[in-house]
Design a protein around this ligand. Structure first.
Ligand SMILES: [Zn+2]
Ligand SMILES: [Zn+2]
Length: 243
């Protein structure tokens, strides 16, 4: 698959100095997705068919709810509700008319299967996934083609554990053979050294709460607990893309 290069955002990312610039790029993709699904785009029939049938994951439904656009989301929810009713009402009616526990539980199981199918997939996660694919492809391609980018990447703080994994799994779209092996070696040594750095910073933060260290220097570790979460867990994951 030939993917489009996203050179500018990736170069901006590698220079920003965060614990994971793929998390930052995913945050932008997420914000763009939320803005789009709260914009006048939701007035168009095609987009409403999308939102009615696919919807969003819990995290992104809540971001939409907190997005300050009551009218847009109100319209989306009005027809999403109708579609949910059309799909789920027959299953609810079967539970209501079951008459005994065995029949009721059989109807509940059928309802659960349908409801889980209804919950699956998120339009915003899908948009994030598309961009993640392009960003990973770009990072691997620039690593091979541009020595300046490779140096900047190796001098950066790299990626969180989650996005190192995503990058490793997707690198084969851009690289093969010795290039792929070299790239994997580089991103995992970057991960290893940066995990050690963050672990040390977090340890120093804990030491600073001991009375005998009260006059010592924080060494920039005041936010190490937060950076430890960013590095080990990541901040902005794709949760439930439509497959
Ligand atoms: Zn990340
Ligand atoms: Zn989502």
């Amino acid at each position: 698959m030939k993917l489009q290069l996203e050179t500018i955002p990736v170069w901006d990312g590698v220079k920003e100095g965060s614990e994971c610039f793929l998390c930052s790029l995913m945050k932008q993709a997420e914000d763009d997705g939320v803005r789009y699904y709260l914009s006048s785009a939701v007035m168009t029939p095609e987009v409403r068919v999308e939102t009615n049938t696919k919807g969003f994951c819990t995290h992104h439904f809540l971001m939409l709810a907190d997005g300050g656009k009551a009218q847009s989301l109100g319209l989306v929810m009005d027809t999403y509700y109708e579609e949910s009713s059309r799909i789920l009402d027959p299953y609810i009616d079967k539970i209501l008319s079951a008459g005994n526990a065995r029949k009721a539980m059989k109807a509940v199981n059928a309802f659960v299967a349908k409801e889980e199918e209804r919950e699956r997939g998120c339009l915003i996660c899908t948009r994030m996934e598309d961009r993640l694919m392009r960003y990973c492809y770009t990072i691997a391609s620039l690593w091979k083609e541009d020595p300046e980018f490779r140096s900047a990447l190796l001098a950066s703080k790299g990626f969180c554990v989650h996005h190192t994994k995503e990058l490793a799994l997707r690198a084969k779209e851009a690289l093969s053979g010795d290039d792929l092996a070299g790239f994997l070696h580089d991103i995992f040594s970057l991960l290893k050294s940066n995990l050690e750095r963050v672990k040390h910073d977090d340890w120093w933060l804990t030491q600073m709460y001991k009375s005998e260290n009260k006059d010592k220097d924080w060494n920039g570790c005041e936010d190490a607990h937060r950076r430890a979460v960013c590095k080990l867990v990541g901040e902005h994951h794709v949760i439930d893309p439509i497959k």
